[in-house]
Write a protein that binds this ligand. Structure first.
Ligand code: SAJ
Length: 428
């Protein structure tokens, strides 16, 4: 019998993807679109049913047709139970606890279900962003539950583990999942090779092989790099506010230097990646991560700065009407996770009981829990919200907000946290 560790990519006849969220579901659909049978697993029964109807349970451009196609061709099926498969991709949430350490309960739940199904020769890839050492611990956890299996290569009972962190940008997932280069870290070199065979079926970018710990750290490093650079921009915005300088003009000017590329300030950093991942580095090496920690704190402090700006302006009005443009964590998506704008709106609603907050968020149909029961908050169309408002707070630069006429803003107090309506620099 051919050792399974030497098999060709086509021998991954069944792939199971555990966790059908923003990453797991597009990954499952993309693998299925290459003709490989995929079983998607999710604990949310409603999502499973929706997916089996070919419907995407969240907003992601250009994804609907791919999903509908693979479901229709019976290449992808979703279910709540973990099946046996040749390869498993684990894409479950990896939240952190109060000390910013990994709360690995979802990984453990997935691991327990997978362990019961293994017979030897399978590949298990952890995609969820995780602190260094997590994939090694996942492997240990599984062989502890299944002492009849081994991590040592070369046996029919060998189980192979790798980490292949996702790097896609929400809103561009379908393009980036296929085209981005991909770091693949094996707990053993053979596991890295097997994982690269699997990812090679749908990734057109380069597959870069390393060990699991380095792959885990690479992902955290990428997001920390971005966080530190956004913190620099956010700090500049606060400095410029004090000095009476237009930060948008300043950054645009500085970025004309051939070796300067400053990112954009905003109301804070949100999402489940950049606002989270740097903490895993800080938790792993607290004394050595001073800059990374400071950047996190700088970005986390930005919403309070915006809230104060709005409250200062609102003090002029007896019952201020505030149009809050956007509560998603960034432009052109419907994801509200760790959204600084959502926190700003919630805080304003609490602090201004006599005011009215008109929330414009074109990508959702109803207000989320926490805002939906506040008597002074309403979801409104952006143009109507601006028309009715005394104060307009631009929080998320959704493309649809371009439909707001400059004229309708003329009489309003404007707080533009994104530089959405910044004045272009004159050029000769
Ligand atoms: N933001 C700014 N200023 C900027 C850029 C972003 O304030 O100049 C804010 C956004 O508004 C948002 C947050 O930062 O609140 C994060 O947005 P993002 O577009 O930078 O990143 P994410 O969280 O959507 O996706 C990131 C990406 N990582 C990098 O660019 C290094 C993506 O490639 C990762 O796959 C993803 O994290 C992830 O899943 O880890």
């Amino acid at each position: 019998m051919t050792p399974q560790s030497q098999r060709e990519p086509s021998t991954f006849r069944w792939v199971a993807v555990i966790g059908l969220g923003y990453i797991g579901l597009p990954t499952a659909a993309l693998i299925a679109s290459k003709g490989i049978k995929v079983l998607g697993v999710d604990t949310n029964k409603a999502h499973v049913e929706q997916i089996n109807r070919g419907e995407v349970p969240f907003y992601e451009p250009d994804f609907e047709a791919t999903l509908a196609g693979v479901v229709h061709k019976k290449l992808l099926r979703a279910q709540v139970d973990v099946p046996h498969a040749d390869a498993y991709i684990v894409a479950v949430p990896t939240p952190f606890n109060a000390n910013h350490e990994l709360d690995d309960r979802y990984i453990r739940e997935a691991a327990t279900s997978i362990a019961a199904k293994l017979s030897g020769g399978e590949l298990i890839v952890l995609e969820s962003t995780s602190p260094p050492g997590t994939t090694d611990r996942l492997a240990q956890f599984i062989v502890e539950q299944r002492p009849d299996l081994t991590l040592e290569p070369g046996h029919t009972t060998t189980v192979h583990f790798a980490h292949a962190p996702e790097r896609v940008l929400p809103g561009r997932i379908m393009v980036e999942m296929a085209e981005n280069d991909r770091v693949i870290g094996g707990v053993t070199p053979i596991a890295a090779t097997m994982a690269s065979d699997l990812y090679g079926t749908f990734v057109r970018g380069q597959l870069l092989l390393t060990d699991a710990r380095t792959a885990e750290m690479a992902k955290l490093t990428e997001n920390s790099f971005r966080d530190v650079n956004i913190a620099f921009a956010n700090e500049l915005s606060v400095i410029c506010d004090k000095l009476g300088i237009d930060v948008w003009e300043l950054i645009e000017l500085a970025n004309h230097h051939p070796r300067v590329n400053i990112l954009q300030p905003g109301p804070g950093v949100g999402g489940h990646c950049i606002a989270v991942d740097p903490w895993f580095i800080v938790a792993a090496a607290p004394q050595e991560s001073k800059l990374i920690r400071r950047a996190r704190e700088t970005n986390d402090a930005k919403p309070a700065f915006v809230i104060k700006q709005v409250l200062d302006k609102a003090a002029r009005f007896k019952s201020p009407v505030i149009a809050a443009l956007g509560i998603a964590f960034k432009a052109d998506i419907d994801d509200l996770r760790e959204s600084p704008s959502l926190n700003i709106v919630t805080e304003l609603a609490q602090q201004l009981p006599d005011g009215e907050i008109l929330v414009a968020e074109p990508n959702i149909d109803s207000l989320p829990a926490g805002l939906d029961d506040m008597p002074n908050v309403q979801l409104k169309d952006a143009i109507a919200a601006v028309d009715a408002a005394d104060i307009v707070v631009m929080l998320v630069d959704h493309s649809l907000f371009r439909q707001i006429e400059a004229d309708s803003l003329r009489e309003k107090v404007l707080i533009d946290t994104k530089g959405f309506w910044r004045t272009p620099i004159p050029r000769s």
